[in-house]
Design a protein around this ligand. Structure first.
Ligand code: ATP
Length: 362
């Protein structure tokens, strides 16, 4: 069994609460990504799990055992805080072997482990090279190998791919995900890169100002954001979020007034909604279909800017001096000045209350 559990974990630096009452559980087999903007407390959380930072309050459990008082070396974790911290004078094989020297293994056992890891990470051919003879992706794989070779209980990675170029990142995301899914360990990865989190995680915890805003599967974080912060933070281009109010309620169908237009949305179930309150309406730029004409289920506006995105275009649409954005295929040949009508796709709109908390996805 390999699990990590945080119970009401808090860390203060003087007046600053860097991590505020964080509770979460990572099961064996799970890869949890801590995702959030710079300074939200991701690294501090990871460092507390590693025992490199003492918690102000709360508990850290590894395999259901409280490790608050244990030193880093006694927590049996593998950490990769800096993927490139390889020993420059040692070969790939020697770098891989390094964490094993404290384990009291025979030379034969060490050799077997090196080759096992080298096979998993495709390092056999470069086993005798030194770091300066390696490409960036190879160095990365050696560093991952060094983290996993000891067969620890759990893995902790801090911004594992941040130093790689885009192409290599894409490649490594897949490779690391594959390796981790074979190892059946609880893993925590810190990243501010949402693509990294969405592709590598089985579960994402979005943090802001030391607090966890939402913990969900990558799909739900994207499709069912629980508040406007998560809705706006996840997904590019960013979700359109506009003030709105409800002008009429007819069972599950709401008549929503936004951008000085009225649009009808069927949420599929009756909602606890108050006509006199303000709400926020959210819809992602990719969640609109082009409509031929204006209807009571579409929003209309004039295109005032077009950004090229390869086979797609990002259209900035002006409606009564407010703007929203949509991504459409370049094949529609839309031009600046065109009046367009956009119908939100079914089950891809979000309604939030005035505190930013979700009321409904529909
Ligand atoms: P980044 O992605 O930029 O690394 P992060 O989400 O990992 O950000 P942390 O590094 O955990 O954020 O920092 C959280 C907050 O705690 C920040 O405001 C940071 O300045 C502060 N902080 C972190 N370590 C210390 C420290 N040793 N002393 C004082 N303040 C600290």
């Amino acid at each position: 069994m390999s699990t990590i559990e945080l119970q009401n974990l808090t860390k203060s630096f003087g007046d600053l609460t860097a991590v505020n009452n964080v509770s979460l559980k990572v099961d064996e087999n799970e890869v949890l990504c801590l995702l959030g903007p710079s300074g939200c407390g991701k690294t501090t959380t990871l460092r507390m799990v590693a025992g490199l930072e003492i918690a102000t309050s709360g508990n850290i459990l590894i395999d259901n055992k409280n490790v608050n008082e244990l030193e880093t070396r006694d927590r049996n974790l593998a950490m990769a805080f800096q993927f490139y911290a390889l020993y420059p004078s040692l070969t790939v094989g020697e770098n891989l072997a390094n964490p094993l020297y404290a384990e009291n293994l025979s030379e034969k056992e060490i050799k077997e482990k090196i080759f096992e890891i080298a096979d998993i990470l495709q390092l056999r051919e470069i086993i005798n090279r030194k770091p300066h003879q390696l490409a960036e992706g190879e160095k990365q794989r050696v560093a991952v190998g060094r983290a996993i070779i000891r067969d620890p209980q759990c893995f902790l990675f801090d911004e594992p791919l941040s130093r790689l170029d885009v192409q290599l990142r894409e490649q490594m995301r897949g490779q690391i995900k594959e390796v981790l899914s074979d190892l059946n360990k609880a893993t925590v990865i810190v990243t501010h890169d949402q693509l990294e989190a969405l592709t590598m995680a089985t579960k994402i915890a979005v943090m802001r100002d030391g607090l966890i805003e939402q913990i969900s599967s990558p799909h739900d974080i994207f499709a069912k954001p629980e508040n406007t912060f998560v809705a706006g933070f996840i997904g590019t281009p960013q979700m359109n979020i506009a003030d709105c109010n409800i002008s009429n309620i007819n069972s599950s169908v709401l008549e929503i007034s936004l951008l000085n237009q009225i649009i009808e949305i069927d949420f599929g179930k009756a909602l606890d909604i108050n006509k006199n309150e303000n709400y926020f309406f959210g819809v992602r730029p990719r969640s609109f279909d082009l409509a031929e004409t204006a209807t009571n289920q579409s929003l209309s506006g004039e295109v005032d800017l077009i950004e090229n995105m390869g086979s797609e275009v990002l259209l900035h649409v002006n409606s009564n001096d407010a703007s929203f954005r949509t991504v459409q295929s370049r094949s529609h040949k839309i031009k600046v000045g065109d009046k367009i009508h956009l119908k939100p796709k079914k089950s891809q709109v979000h309604l939030f209350n005035s505190d930013g908390k979700v009321v409904a996805h529909g």
